[in-house]
Design a protein around this ligand. Sequence first.
Ligand SMILES: [Zn+2]
Length: 421
Amino acid sequence: MKTMNKTRLLVLLSIIFLVLSACRPDIAVQNEATQPTPVVREGGSTHQKAAMQPSPEPEPTPTPEPIKVRALLWEENPQIPIINFHGFTPRRYDEETGTVMYLWNFQSIIKRLYDAGYSLISIRDYLDGRIVVPEGRKPLVLSVDDAYFANQLALNEEGMPSKLSGIGWLYYFAQENPDFGYEVAMFANFGDKLYGNMFLYDWWYLGDNWEIDFAKTIVWGMEHNVVPYNHLYQHPDLEKISELEIHPQIEKNDSTLRYFLKLADREDLIEHLPNAIALPYGKWPKQQSGKDILLSYVNQEGKALEAVFEAGYEYEPGMSLSPLDEDFDPFHIPRMAPINKIVRFIVDSAPKVPSAKSCELTLPHDADQNDLNTLQTAIQEAVQNQVCSNGFYIIEKHIFKAHDGVVQLWQKPLNQTKAEN
Ligand SMILES: [Zn+2]
């Protein structure tokens, strides 16, 4: 940290020196050019003045300011815990199970993760390698399985999220703590449940027109970074069902989601839907032929399967790799259920997990700051001048990799875009 500060100070001093020394010639030129003027002012007659008038004071040439661009920098490959919650209950008399957690336990887990320095990133950004969190913080992916139950996300009569639903409460937490962020993946089964749209005292019950209320909840989520993903239509155990059922279980879940979006008159959201699956029970089909059916799934819009999220890694706790890592496998992404042991593991690992750093790049004053070559050169200079280290630089949607002093635009490796199990 100390060396970083020294480096920054040195950079700042050199910038000030450069700006000052750049100014000097201008000042000198200006003095020469303006020298005759005082003579005129002091002793000249009106006539003389008129004769001397043709040399007006030239406009001082402003020194062009270089453009500064702040890049997010991962000096080490980010490591990302991915957790999967299930249901929540605000009722004290309910019992906690493997899939139901007291709302206040969820709240305390979120606060602990936040205090440990984690911030949420979306699965979209995660899969694209765009691992962006505020400087000094660490990425975390939060998913909710078996969605949507009202206890996971419900809207109140004003159309705002209910604080008694887990992800609804999280919305207000994120409003108070904007550096935590609000990004949630809902792995949904649309074919095994009804959605409670009527809240009575402390719970949600099935009321009239539940479908439209449910559709509105999905839409509110999509407008606020709570994104539906595929957890298959009826939560089948893929080890047990016939191979003939695999494709329909995936496809029917997708078409039902599209049905709800149409019901809410929001077909426009369909093109933004991702295509990623979380395996029910974390189980793959037994045979390779069954796995191939799953991996070759293409959704209604022609989007190939991007990722498969697994489950059950709480027995072997570990961080997930990001696509920036050469060993990343998008079709076997581990997730952990947030049992006590896992929350402790994530919190205790925080001091060792890389944090986001930043690097201020200097671009020529007339540069196009969206130009990839310009950005690449600026990173190259920052690394060569030891202003910033090697690592991954993220600027807007662009990612650059600086390694051994060589800077290249980073692109998703081909094996991450094609299923090849
Ligand atoms: Zn599940």
